[in-house]
Design a protein around this ligand. Sequence first.
Ligand code: GLU
Length: 415
Amino acid sequence: MSDFNPFEVARKQIDECAEILKLDSSIHEVLKNPMRELHVSLPIRMDNGEVHVFKGFRIQYNDARGPAKGGIRFHPEETIDTVRALACWMTWKCALADIPLGGGKGGIICNPKEMSQAELERLSRAYIGEIYRFIGPRMDVPAPDVYTNPQIMAWMMDEYSKIVGGHQFGVITGKPLCVGGSRGRGDATARGGMYTIREAAKVCNIDLEKATIAVQGYGNAGYFAAKLAKTFFGSKIVAVSDSKGGIYSSKGIDPDAAMEHKSKTRSVVGLPGTESVSNEELLELEVDVLIPAALENVITEKNAKNIKAKIVAELANGPTTPEADVILNKNGIHLIPDFLCNAGGVIVSYFEMIQNSSMYYWEEKEVYERLDKKITAAYQSVLESSKKYNINMRQAAYVVAVERVVEAMKTRGWV
Ligand code: GLU
């Protein structure tokens, strides 16, 4: 990760958009800064009896359009600027998806891979103990992100309920089904991404049934992306990777077999019938669709010129740097920008909030149909705006999203 700063990237992207939209300098200034942020210290008794103090954050970047929304990430290399960038991107994501929510994000600097379940539970509950005044169904609603999961959401919901009283299912999304989760939330990020790839393939004249796909990252988003691309489109998944390395097979990889191998050995590497590739090599493979589904800063100035995919579908947040964007664009690669491509997660989170407040739970089919409608409309609005202003897909996504946030700020009388 080194000295890469995702918030600088996020701000650069805002500057570009401000230029295109000729934004007022005061509005530009508001958009470049988080509205609120909370820093917390969490002393946790570890299983060996020692107390370790963890640092955590929660940021409400901009809530002009409604309560802040966004995940909580547990990561050893988490930084305040990463959380700021992610909260910023959530603002544009919710606006572009046209859901009545603002942007937020949380994070704790920790390594969940080295912690027991009991330690993770104590950390999750302690975090809520510190941030509960700052969140709530009408203020700020967290969700899962990198290295957090439905069980962690359940502990957090339970802790919040104990503190404020009552059953507060609406305080957090991405919960297990038995405690107010929504059907279809588990694979929603990947599924939403598939709907956008389907639309992009029409534009690029790609027959997805014959397409080859490489997936970088094999967490929730990456695994389901590989699985759904195969079942939805019949595409061939030729490569997948995780933090330990990647695998390649020209005959195609079975996404479930790769997941099983990962559960047993902690990595997809070594799956019988595949050859090893590095994460870097995977990105440069000759495929139709490349899906970065891990972390930020993987497509950079250094490797962008070697990317041969026709479509880059950003399921991760912030995988491409602004310098790399210019190169991909010059090379005619169709980019589905992160806050469009991965909006499926927060769209179904929004459905979960609706179900929690009405106490009426939807069928899976209803969730999928509504998700498809929302994200396809978002894709079309970006495509239209890119044609109208003759700008690339990321700039177009910014234009649509920022215009909506600015309209809400003006209407509320903030600017
Ligand atoms: N963490 C996910 C994201 O980056 C989901 C956020 C949510 O559901 O609130 O979009």
